[in-house]
Design a protein around this ligand. Structure first.
Ligand SMILES: Cc1cc2nc3c(=O)[nH]c(=O)nc-3n(C[C@H](O)[C@H](O)[C@H](O)COP(=O)(O)O)c2cc1C
Length: 199
């Protein structure tokens, strides 16, 4: 069964943030969908997405991140999907899955640990997401997955710590999905109102 009259245009309207101040279009347009079109990302697009991460800022310029990625239809993609939680099985619509890892171990850092690794990975992920968005490619991150399973199945070395899985692709056709699929997606986007304090 599908929700009467739902279209991708209507979904974009629902997801549009109500801004208190103007922001750049790419950030305004971004949201995290759970429905993607099957259209494969080109090699050129994938290279640009990770090039954006490459130029993200990082503590000591250590760039403590590592990205594994797989196209839909590959054995690696299937392995990632088997490690996603039950609630994240929507990700199977995405043409690309990325396993974003932080690298906390650091021989040049005090006590051998880069305490900025998680922060820096977040910056690199956001750079990738913004670059993708500028190309019309949407992203949704997932924290709910079996970390031990993904390390084992993808043979990820101990220094790379899987942190989020990212589903990437163009938006799917909301006119064609079932109500069950739409249920999660039909929520507008909310944010806390107070995020700063002038001191
Ligand atoms: C670290 C992290 C973990 C997340 N984990 C999940 C997840 O497991 N499943 C999911 O559907 N969404 C997940 N999300 C997506 C968030 O729910 C989403 O970004 C948030 O609701 C804000 O919506 P927006 O990105 O559309 O603004 C995650 C996002 C982040 C940054």
């Amino acid at each position: 069964m599908k929700m009467e009259g739902m279209t991708t245009g209507k979904m974009l309207k629902l997801k549009r943030p109500s801004l208190k101040s103007p922001i750049t279009k790419t950030l305004r347009d971004r949201f995290s969908p759970t429905l993607f079109s099957a259209k494969r990302l080109s090699e050129k697009e994938i290279k640009s997405i990770f090039e954006a991460s490459r130029w993200a800022p990082s503590g000591y310029n250590h760039q403590p991140w590592f990205f594994y990625w797989a196209h839909k239809g590959t054995a690696s993609y299937k392995k990632i999907v088997t490690c996603l939680s039950e609630r994240n099985q929507w990700a199977e619509t995405a043409p690309l899955l990325v396993v974003a890892c932080r690298i906390p171990r650091c021989e040049h850092c005090p006590n051998g640990e880069n305490k900025f690794a998680a922060h820096d990975l977040g910056l690199a992920v956001m750079a990738a997401i913004v670059e993708a968005q500028s190309l019309g490619i949407y992203s949704r991150q997932m924290g709910m997955f079996d970390r031990d399973g993904i390390v084992k199945l993808l043979k990820i070395p101990a220094e790379n710590v899987p942190t989020v899985v990212i589903a990437m692709g163009r938006l799917g056709d909301y006119a064609k999905v079932s109500d069950a699929m739409l249920e999660k997606e039909m929520k507008g986007r909310v944010r806390k109102s107070v995020i700063t304090k002038k001191i």
